[in-house]
Design a protein around this ligand. Structure first.
Ligand code: TPP
Ligand code: SF4
Ligand code: MG
Length: 267
């Protein structure tokens, strides 16, 4: 199918600023769905609220555009009713780990077969550039004009510690690798988390003097490195990208079905 078959043109033009990384994630998602041969009718995309969450409005799957921070709660409800469907949950860093942090860790712990894509631009983009739990100590934000003194979470470490069975990090600069990682995440049976380090030139970039969009993209190229690379040993400040965790563990809907079967035997 062509790209236009996956897009809801009636919602265009989109709201994203020039240079925003979210559009590249949308593109990678469509390519992945096409490559995997998934049917649009078999996909449910659930989002909360944020610039990143708009992806669910723009794509022509079954979609739910829900409440800020609560996308995973809705997605879990859908998945438990219709376990045969593919659940994709695009989230912002604020959506996933600030207001939605509790849902995030418990979804990881349960290992329910959902793919969470955390678009980490280190800021609340949609609402005007407030700092998020991913902004990091020493960054500037609309709500931190004298610098942010909150330390940040690491999405990958958080997902690993909470029990996600697939954990990866990618960037829109490395778009083909992003699509490959999304494909593995979607095919993985269990809770998969893909952190995508995306640029928000309008707020994070401008407040932190990151330069142009090209400069921000260049940074994703030069300040990240594949997992276990020699470059990381030489410069520990580089951020690793790739697949950190991929393991088999009982999936939540499968386990729940066993409970249903046991209960039925007692009737
Ligand atoms: C319950 C609730 N609280 C707050 C908001 C306001 N709000 C909307 S989007 C957003 C943050 C968006 O940041 P993020 O999730 O990082 O997405 P981005 O826009 O950066 O892609 C906030 C605070 C809301 N819509 N609902
Ligand atoms: S404000 Fe930031 S996150 Fe939102 S569309 Fe613009 S660049 Fe993207
Ligand atoms: Mg954000």
């Amino acid at each position: 199918m062509a790209m236009k078959d996956y897009i809801r043109e009636r919602f265009f033009p989109h709201i994203w600023c020039p240079g925003c990384g979210h559009g590249i994630v949308l593109n990678a998602l469509v390519r992945t769905v096409e490559k995997l041969g998934l049917k649009k009718n078999d996909i449910v995309m659930v989002s909360g609220i944020g610039c990143s969450s708009r992806i669910a409005g723009y794509l022509d799957f079954h979609t739910l555009h829900t409440i800020h921070g609560r996308a995973l709660a809705f997605a879990i409800g859908v998945k438990m009713c219709r376990p045969e469907l593919k659940l994709l949950v695009p989230m912002g860093d604020g959506d996933a780990l600030s207001i939605g942090g509790n849902h995030f860790i418990h979804a990881c712990r349960r290992n329910i077969d959902i793919t969470a894509i955390v678009m980490n631009n280190r800021v609340y983009g949609m609402t005007g550039g407030q700092y998020s739990p991913l902004s990091g100590y020493g960054t500037m934000a609309t709500t931190a004009p004298y610098t942010n003194i909150d330390n940040n979470f690491d999405v990958v470490e958080m997902a690993k510690a909470s029990g996600a069975t697939f954990v990866a990090r990618a960037t829109p600069y490395h778009a083909p690798q992003l699509a490959d990682i999304l494909a593995e995440a979607i095919q993985h049976r269990g809770f998969s988390v893909v952190e995508v380090m995306t640029p928000c030139p309008t707020y994070f970039g401008r407040k932190n003097k990151e330069g142009s969009v090209v400069d921000m993209m260049e940074k994703l190229k030069t300040r990240t490195t594949p997992i276990g690379s020699k470059a990381k040993q030489e410069d520990p400040s580089l951020v690793e990208r790739g697949i950190f965790v991929k393991q088999e563990r009982p999936e939540y809907c499968d386990e729940y079905q066993k409970i249903i079967d046991q209960a039925k035997k007692r009737i």
